[in-house]
Design a protein around this ligand. Structure first.
Ligand SMILES: O=c1nc[nH]c2c1ncn2[C@H]1C[C@H](O)[C@@H](COP(=O)(O)OP(=O)(O)OP(=O)(O)O)O1
Ligand SMILES: [Mg+2]
Length: 202
């Protein structure tokens, strides 16, 4: 692969993801920029039925738009009692323009009366890195946890306040970005992707 990669665009409209990507990628030999940094506003289509399809289509869409190497993330929460829902539809769980609070409320409503041992869930993340022609790399990660009955913590985004990680005895909204990256689906996927990138550049 090309040895001249210097810039990576974190191709997401989600500012919470941008913060985590910037924290995880700092210290590497890449200039990391967001869509906002570049003044890019269009939304990529997300019509796929898998995380990988959506990650690839977002990465390729923004790579064509910016002419730069783009890293996209498609992720979501799979709740076992809800047979894997909301899954790939996590962002639209409570409707197309619903807030994180609306999605969290719908999740709690759908788990009313369900005991802790049946509230197991995982976050899943698939990353795709694309140039203007095609997707070059993909990577994925997961983290296991429990959906609480009420939110805890003010950090993070999305379902973080409801997602309790037993290993750290905290919700993901009680973690700082660096701490979250150490255990999260996204942090793990980024680690895998960076390892693949390093191998390609050897
Ligand atoms: O670490 C996380 N902590 C909490 N919630 C999370 C996380 N990771 C994904 N999620 C939830 C949020 C959203 O409901 C959906 C992602 O949807 P997804 O389409 O991948 O992202 P998005 O629309 O927010 O931004 P974009 O597509 O521009 O990257 O899963
Ligand atoms: Mg999205």
């Amino acid at each position: 692969m090309r040895k001249d990669i210097k810039e990576i665009v974190v191709a997401t409209k989600n500012l919470g993801k941008v913060t985590e990507f910037k924290a995880a990628l700092s210290g590497l030999p890449y200039t990391v920029m967001s869509l906002t940094d570049l003044g890019i506003y269009p939304e990529a289509p997300e019509n796929g039925v898998t995380f990988e399809e959506n990650a690839r289509s977002k990465a390729e869409f923004y790579a064509r738009l910016t002419g730069k190497l783009c890293l996209a993330d498609d992720s979501g929460l799979e709740v076992d009692y809800l047979k894997g829902e909301p899954g790939v539809y996590s962002a639209r769980y409570a409707g197309e323009h619903a807030s994180d609070e609306d999605s969290n409320k719908k999740l709690l409503d759908n788990l009313t009366g369900i005991p802790a041992e049946k509230r197991t869930a995982r976050f899943r993340c698939v990353l795709a890195l694309a140039d203007t022609e095609k997707t070059l790399l993909t990577a994925n990660g997961t983290v296991e946890g429990i959906v609480l009955t009420e939110p805890r913590g003010n950090n993070g985004f999305g379902y973080d306040p409801l997602f309790f990680v037993p290993e750290l005895d905290k919700t993901m909204a009680e973690m700082l970005p660096v701490e979250k990256n150490g255990i999260s689906h996204r942090g793990r996927a980024i680690k895998m992707l960076v390892e693949q990138l390093a191998q390609m550049n050897e």
